[in-house]
Design a protein around this ligand. Structure first.
Ligand SMILES: [Zn+2]
Length: 437
């Protein structure tokens, strides 16, 4: 097949996702990033061609987000925010089968950093709204399209910036949908779509042990490295107990029903781990976690340093954030200083109501066998920022996926790739949702 013939066979959703992957928007964190501006310009140009009036907002040079409002046929209804992020986590090309920023198409899939998280959904949002507007249709309610910078570093230069400085852009919004939900997993032969109805809270903390500096040859018990090592080992080995919230209880019960098990007889973790590749992702939603990730101490082999530091990634169930931090201090002991580097809230919203019914109906119209289940995300999304405006957010980037594809494992992983037909499926489901919600 010639390249040109290939090109014509690709849907607009696939082409846009590929174009966005080719714009490197790697976010290395802490304000160090390839600017989102070129991707924002691309998105804004597409929206302008649809007759919309997008605004590009830069929170810092190059750190650009795009927002546009589509007026609905019944503007009295609360608006829907359809949002995606333009940045991606960095990719080390040496670990990949393909160039992570080439947007290569291979084996019926689009490969590259952002194919899963989340230039796929950015493209689906753009072509879904395009299909309506080009047909001369309007969504029922106002739809606010938002493409944020900096999601991969907590949204400081993106969603949080806009919510703080430009809240009027989201005036009248009641609900939001975005990433890390809506994709299908295989439950022993049953295809189930996971709608994200909650997110764990996040606390990135620094532990600091202090001691007294001394020559490395001394008999010395006031050693910051030893003290920190004991604390970090205790925290890293801590077994947080199983803790379910409404979302995970409903999910576990539904999985049990699909598997023909009695949820009172089989432990939740055991049920979830039977889901195969998707199971590990859900496993992390069943309890709090505290993983040490970075250690720093000392500067010379024969000098005992007076401080030692560690970074720990703490993720708590939405209602348990304060309790978990108190427990962390208890585990590491009072002589270890615990400092918060970055923190964000958890969320849990009902798996019920008009939007959930509309999402479920749109999915089942396009996949009649589909089961639709709620789940709790162990990470976070820009819905945390939007919740500060009272906006109720869901994870719903609909993708019908092959049973053997480890989709959850590709978020921030190597060889991110998404089936081309899944992108077109997601486009159709979003068009349906925009017409019905
Ligand atoms: Zn993401």
């Amino acid at each position: 097949m010639t390249v040109e013939a290939n090109e014509h066979a690709l849907s607009e959703t696939v082409r846009i996702a590929r174009d966005l992957i080719r714009i490197d928007t790697s976010n290395r964190g802490g304000g160090d990033a390839e600017p989102e501006r070129p991707a924002a310009d691309y998105v804004a140009a597409f929206l302008r061609d649809l007759g919309l009036d997008p605004e590009i907002i830069e929170s810092a040079p190059g750190r650009a987000s795009v927002v546009a409002r589509v007026t609905g046929s019944d503007p009295a209804l609360p608006a829907l925010v359809l949002h995606g992020h333009l940045d991606v986590v960095p990719a080390d090309a040496a670990n990949w089968t393909v160039d992570p920023f080439a947007g290569e198409i291979r084996d019926g899939m689009l490969w590259g950093r952002g194919a899963v998280d989340m230039k796929d959904m950015d493209a689906m949002i753009l072509t879904a709204i395009a299909e309506l507007l080009r047909a001369g249709e309007r969504p029922r309610r106002d739809v606010i399209l938002a493409f944020f910078a900096d999601e991969e570093n907590g949204g400081i230069f993106g969603a949080h910036h806009l919510v703080t400085h430009r809240p009027e852009l989201f005036a009248g919004a009641g609900t939001a949908i975005s990433e890390v939900g809506g994709y299908s997993i295989d439950i022993e032969g049953t295809r189930a779509y996971l709608v994200q109805t909650g997110e764990k809270s996040l606390d990135w903390i620094r532990l600091r042990a202090r001691g007294t500096a001394a020559h490395g040859s001394r008999v010395w018990h006031d050693n910051a490295v030893t003290r920190l090592a004991e604390a970090i080992a205790a925290l890293g080995r801590h077994e947080w107990p199983l803790a379910l919230c409404d979302t995970t209880r409903e999910l576990v019960d539904a999985i049990a029903a699909i598997l023909g098990e009695d949820p009172k007889e089989v432990a939740p973790e055991e049920l979830v781990l039977r889901l195969g590749k998707g199971g590990g992702f859900i496993q992390a939603s069943l309890r709090n976690t505290s993983n040490p990730t970075v250690l720093t101490a000392g500067y010379k082999h024969n000098v005992i340093p007076d401080t030692a530091e560690a970074l720990v990634d703490v993720r708590s169930l939405p209602s348990e954030q304060a309790n978990v931090l108190a427990e962390v201090q208890r585990i590491v002991g009072e002589d270890i200083e615990v400092e918060t580097v970055h923190s964000d809230i958890g969320l849990e919203v009902p798996f019920a109501g008009e939007l959930v019914e509309a999402m479920t109906a749109s999915l089942t119209r396009h996949d009649p066998e589909a089961r639709v289940l709620p789940y709790l995300l162990s990470g976070g999304t820009d819905n945390k920022a939007l919740s500060r405006l009272g906006i109720v957010g869901y994870g719903f980037a609909p993708l019908r996926l092959p049973a053997d594809l480890d989709f959850p494992g590709m978020f921030h992983g190597v060889d991110e790739r998404v089936p081309l037909d899944a992108l077109d499926f997601g486009h159709r489901v979003l068009v349906d949702l925009l017409r019905t919600y």
